[in-house]
Design a protein around this ligand. Structure first.
Ligand code: FAD
Ligand code: NAI
Length: 471
């Protein structure tokens, strides 16, 4: 490519990190190319992650609720049937309209979108093997690596995406399995276990640690969550490590071992979902051509301005440090473009919410109780159960609680942990409060509409700094 064709930014990867950076750069009047090999934009999140999984979670909850939670509300229905093909089509249509929407946004913001695989030919030149055949090269003053992540395979049990599957097939099974073992009780494991268990599969979750929810979930909330999910029909084996697998027979067999005092045994299932985490994806990127090294977990190493060791090559999203979350990738995408364009940009990593879209939802932001304890940070806590909230009562949906952690001296909010209906929406209020350095008294003295679930949020703040009214 000639110098005149040089772009201000070339972005490799059109996931949330890449496409948001492309739009933002376009808005800033920069010349941008975004390279994506999948054939559609939106990456893991839109194609095989956040979006399809939430469609299945929403609709499987509806199905489960019609079956098991309608009669006592005075709603009697006739025969309820699940049409799995239509159920999957509803998911596909959400995915297609959103990925097309992103393509439109790139166009609208003047971004050049190349469908193909990008790899470094030099520190400024990216060779693109086009999906439609052929090759081209784009040159960028700045390059952003946003190539995302992939499921971590389980050593010794080959993934065939039929009987031993990752989340990518767990959102697209054509038949409801009779039995499923989920390896890993983190967020993917529990969301997918919820979907299939609601549709009738007998699901057992095997988790290495002594709590479910993956890293970050408050222990008290994790225990409450496990109890509720168990009541819904899910089985759990905690402190248990899957050590090997065998899929030569009719069923997939797993040897599990006592990780911390658990029992050794053989388990079997029709389908095994491997959900033991995700790892950065840099295959085919040609990092070796520019002498770029990765850390011990395969992440691209960056500084606080997202610069790799080659200053004009930056990196954001799942492929580098931090939680593997779409909204984290999105924040970084805006910040990295601001760094390039204006010399400064900012993401508050202490204030990134997490949501697990089970039923009820689990959501949190800031620090959890076990972290504060282990760091010897003093705190006080207050909580409010949904069973004492009027809206939850009218909804006949009273499981869960809001828990707050605050500095005992200054009353500044340190963390919010919620399990309950709409927790994923309610956590936005906690995130805003944390971002603005609110005290729990600030929250407690803010008027909340009645009757809303959000009143439980206010009452938890009241419980933290003084007394809740309704309990
Ligand atoms: P990705 O979305 O992985 O995008 C990277 C893109 O780069 C891919 O499309 C890939 O094809 C492309 N690419 C890679 N190499 C090249 C190359 N050399 N050339 C061209 N293109 C390339 N997060 C949430 O916040 N909320 C959720 O509810 C949620 N649910 C999830 C559910 C599941 C089942 C999974 C698996 C993940 C979920 N996540 C969720 C995580 C979320 O999907 C990721 O954090 C997010 O997609 C990261 O965005 P990214 O752009 O960094 O990477
Ligand atoms: P995770 O890291 O959340 O959980 C993996 C779990 O597997 C851990 O609890 C770990 O202890 C356990 N484990 C590991 N090896 C094991 C073994 N051999 N036997 C038994 N248990 C074992 O990873 P997960 O659930 O795969 O998700 C990956 C990423 O995707 C997460 O980091 C999450 O941020 C993101 N994601 C986010 C969602 C959301 O925001 N709602 C939804 C789905 C995924």
């Amino acid at each position: 490519a000639s110098a005149s064709e040089e772009k201000d930014i070339v972005i490799i990867g059109g996931g949330v990190a890449g496409y948001v950076a492309a739009i933002k750069a376009g808005q800033e009047g920069m010349k941008v190319t975004c390279i994506e090999k999948r054939g559609t934009l939106g990456g893991t999140c839109l194609n095989v992650g956040c979006i399809p999984s939430k469609s299945l979670l929403n609709n499987s909850h509806l199905y489960h609720q019609i079956l098991h939670d309608s009669k006592h509300r005075g709603i009697e229905v006739g025969e309820v049937k699940l049409n799995l093909a239509t159920f999957m089509k509803a998911k596909d249509s959400a995915v297609t309209s959103l990925t097309k929407g992103v393509e439109y946004l790139l166009k609208k913001n003047g971004v050049e979108y190349l469908k193909g695989e990008g790899s470094f030919a030099s520190e400024n030149d990216i060779k693109v093997s086009l999906n439609d055949g052929g090759e081209t090269t784009v040159r960028g003053k700045n390059i952003i690596i946003a190539t995302g992540s992939e499921a971590t395979p389980f050593p010794g049990l080959e993934i065939d995406e039929k009987r031993v599957i990752t989340s990518t097939s767990a959102i697209a099974l054509e038949k409801i399995p009779e039995t499923m073992v989920v390896i890993g009780g983190g967020i993917i494991g529990l969301e997918m276990a919820s979907v299939w268990s609601r549709l009738g599969t007998k699901v057992t979750v095997v988790e290495f640690l002594d709590q479910i929810g993956g890293p970050g979930m408050d222990t008290e909330i994790a225990k409450a969550t496990q109890k509720i999910l168990k009541k819904q029909g899910m089985d759990f084996k905690l402190k248990t490590k899957v050590v090997s697998g065998d899929k030569s027979g009719d069923k997939v067999k797993l040897e599990v071992d006592a990780a911390q005092g658990g029992k050794s045994e053989t388990m079997s299932a029709d389908v095994v979902l491997v959900a033991i985490g995700r790892r950065p994806y840099t295959k085919g990127l040609g990092l070796e051509n520019i002498g770029m090294e990765l850390d011990e977990r395969g992440r691209v190493i960056i500084d606080s301005e997202y610069r790799t060791k080659v200053p004009h090559i930056r990196c954001i999203g799942d492929v580098t440090f931090g939680p593997m979350l779409a909204h984290k990738a999105e924040e970084e995408a805006v910040a990295v473009v601001e760094h390039i364009k204006k010399g400064f940009g900012h993401v508050n990593y202490g204030c990134i919410p997490s949501v697990m879209y089970t039923y009820p939802e689990v959501a949190w932001v800031g620090q959890n109780e076990q972290d504060l304890k282990s760091k010897k940070i003093p705190y006080r806590t207050g909580s409010f159960p949904f069973s004492a909230n009027s809206r939850a009562k009218t909804n006949l949906d009273t499981e869960g609680l809001v828990k707050m952690l605050a500095d005992p001296e200054t009353d500044r909010l340190l963390g919010v942990h919620i399990i309950g209906p709409n927790a994923g929406e309610m956590i936005a209020e906690g995130t805003l409060a944390l971002e603005y350095g609110a005290s729990t008294e600030d929250i407690a003295r803010t008027c909340h509409a009645h009757p809303t679930l959000a009143e439980a949020f206010k009452e938890a703040a009241m419980a933290t700094n003084a007394k809740a009214i309704h309990i």
